[in-house]
Design a protein around this ligand. Sequence first.
Ligand code: HEC
Length: 407
Amino acid sequence: MESELAGWLSIVFRFVHVLAAIMWIGNSLLFTWMELNLLPPKKNGDDPKENEDLLGYLDMLHGGGVFHLQKKVLRPESIPVPLHWFMWQSYTTWISGVLLLVSVYYTHGGSALLDASKSTLTGSSAIALSVGGLIFGWLVYDLIWRSKLKERRAIAIPLSLALILTAAWLFNQCFNGRAVFLQIGAMMATLMTANVFIHIIQNQKKFMVALKAGLPHDLKYGKQAKLRSMHNHYMTFPVLFLMLSGHFPQLTSAAHSVPILAVLIVSLMAIKFWMNSRYQFKHWLKALFATFIAAVGLIALLLNLPGQSAPGLSSAAAEGSKLFLNQGCAACHQTGSTLLAPQLAGIFDSLQTLADGSQIKADEAYLRESISLSQAKIVKGYPAAMPAYTHLSAEQLDQLIAYLKTL
Ligand code: HEC
């Protein structure tokens, strides 16, 4: 009952998380798009005060009409009511994300984070490391972007990226691939929400307080909020990819998963940058495609580089190891974790207990049936969640079995 409830709640948190994230990231992308597409202000009639306040304008066709949008400086005497603020999409995304992190990764004593073949760390230390990463990541990032380095972006941006990748490398020493990608995604997403909570909203509050006290609209506050807003904007593509990476075991379980993660983060940020440069840089579209093709090619190359475990495998087993990744087996059968599916290390010729209590030797016939007709015999303690791989050829099944024998 308890585990069924936990499972159901994690579905609820997941859906709330996806919805809130769509609303938040949709806003972030739309607001940046509007900002970049603002036209220089057109003088409006004869009112000099109103003209002075205009920062830009934009017309958008939607829903059967034209939205005429103006961006302007606020005057203490004319603060519009209602004035909409945007923060709850971000907070809801983060809160539901934390609940999801706890229900998927921090329960079961933290075992879903670990890879027993990499380290002997205990589950509770893994949870502490993961939480520490979220907090420490924010402190370091915030320190860099509060310091004088803020003015020297040529240093601050590469430094911030290098720190994210160092964190990925460190977590990869003890976490399984899926958890590494998710941890980095959660760390970046935490920076995004903390940017909203601590910088963006606070700066907006400061200038609203000043306005209400009759002081002029100080654009300094807006500028500070905008820098963090732009950081959030550039993190959206990588964070989306990392949050979906549980579906991409071929990448998360690859021998070179950390370099792959590096290419993903940098190229997705670069792609957003080229999209945003369209009015300043004539060749933005060529640059975008070049980045895309280079990233796709580089990751294909990294996937084909031999990893540490490849030497010594027979050719059938080596093919089987590729199938194991490509067919998505590794998404459930993670090295060192028994959370979603049984551990396959040492399975060949071992004794398996089935759901009906009977025992069976895991010989080749059993393994073949477990893969191609996975529902025929269910292992004790697991749901019948494994898809039937009836599309695999006899040769592919032999290759998979050859690989399972080496584990
Ligand atoms: C959606 C998750 C999922 C995927 C994907 C998946 N499995 Fe499974 N697998 C399970 C679960 C859950 C069990 C235990 C329940 C059962 O026996 O069906 C299992 C059981 C097995 C068993 C029997 C293990 C034992 O202890 O007796 C083998 C062998 C196996 N899987 C191999 C594979 C291979 C090879 C692939 C890829 C071609 C694969 N699985 C893909 C979830 C998955």
